[in-house]
Design a protein around this ligand. Sequence first.
Ligand code: ZN
Length: 581
Amino acid sequence: MCLQTKSAQVRRTLLHLALLAGVLICPAVLAYGADAAHVAIKVDQVGYPLNGPKVALVSSPATSFELRRAGDNAVVFHGKLTSAQDDKDSGDQVQAADFSAFHQAGRYYLSIPGVGRSWDFNVGANVYQRAYYMAMRGFYGQRCGTAVDMGPEFPGYIHPACHLHGEFGASSGATGERDNVGGWHDAGDYGRYVVNSGITTGTLLWAWEIYGAKIKSISLKIPESGNGTPDILSEARWNLQWMLKMQDTDGGAWHKQTSDHFSGFVDPEKDTLISEVIGTGSAPYKSTCSTADLAAVSAIAARVYKPYDAKFAAQALAAARRAWAWTEKNPNVVFRNPAGVSTGEYGDSNCSDERLWAAAELSRTTGEAQFNEYFLKNYAQFLPDLDSPPAEIWAKVAPMGLWSYALSKRKDVDTKAVATIRERTVAAARAVVERTKADPYHVSLKTRDYVWGSNGVAADYGKYLLVANLFQPEPAFVDAARDNLHYLLGRNTFSLSFVTRVGENPFLHPHHRPSASHPDAPWPGLLSGGPNAGRADAVLAALPRGLPPARVYADQQASYASNEIAINWQASLVFLLAGVQ
Ligand SMILES: [Zn+2]
């Protein structure tokens, strides 16, 4: 059974009794006083743009809805619900409340006769501005090697400088101290991984390159704010500088810097395990995927930082060139965790897609023939990656390479290659739009997409659709991208915002070490991994058999397979938020 009640106080008492009795509690009910009505009416808890589609979803039988102003409860719009659709991924019967025809800015809620009221949300211009700010501040909170203070908005969310001492691990081919201070903690742990940093930092730099005009005026209130460089670039640089430190003198990049095993659930400055530079364990010690990712990201950096810091841009380009040269000599040195190391592996058996991405970015930045030739010789084998979005995860970055090539304004690009990349992306995006429209939850996720990090997959669908919109502007692409954002911000079976401290009913218990000392209000702005039908942890394994995939989620710290945060998902969320502003 699933315990639901309307009073938060009664709910807490029942919750306690139920836990004693071993009764199953719906995960969403564990959030802030969520009652049955709130759970049954699903809205984007941040809100809806003034002029775009505005749809809420209802999973309890009803016929009509009212849109009411939060301040005085006045009915400002009303309508009929659509007929119910069976959603096999959640087991819900879903009806839609469409108030797209309403265009007045303000704060509202939905009232459904016979069901109740929804969470409050906004309708307005720039409605996602604060969510973007929160998601980017999430990166700031992950900074390693410096004191972090989330400021007066979130008093007490601070930590002193952490992980200031580093050493070469035995697998790195070097010995002694190595203080590669900086970077972002990767996820719920304190490791730093060049491969996952690659797709993350690359995605943020792209967000700037593509949507800079829309986000440049949003202050992130970071220590660098006001220094003349856009804040998103300052935040990305914090990690980029660490990535550059991971490059050896021969041009190769070590794979990661972590302790040899995960620390306990302690605050970052209390993690006293040695932070080690970890390599492959045998010559050449660096790995091709990490080195090629470094080349790609540094090549983007050489473009985007040039107007703000030409010296840093030149340094990044030199690093990209040296990294590329290393991959020419070592085209597929793969990484596996060496003996005695149990932190995240980010293993990838094929680094040719990372090399394609590096070649595309270097070609776009420099215009030099060698990179263009490499790209044209190799790109065709990766075109199928575009056909089944979201083709981009940390291990499969060929779409970044293909898209970067197609977005390049250089005169020497091969027009046939560009046309093919654009056409295949647009065709796949149109299929995603159709599927999203037909899905009862209006989300692009397929049944088999409820994997580890499914919320990142939803965000990546959004990213894919927004890139397609660059090639062939179609409002349906942006609408479907926004549909995936709506899912992440509360329009899902749990009526839960999957971003901490965003919306009235956000998830509360991320698998995130710094949040462990704030049990009822985690660090802000962080995206949960989301439902994971693979049930890869003990919490999920204990959920009832036969649970539909979209419900295999637990808002519990111990559920690392459904409730961890990670910088790569976070970056896709930022891209999505920047794109639909
Ligand atoms: Zn740290």
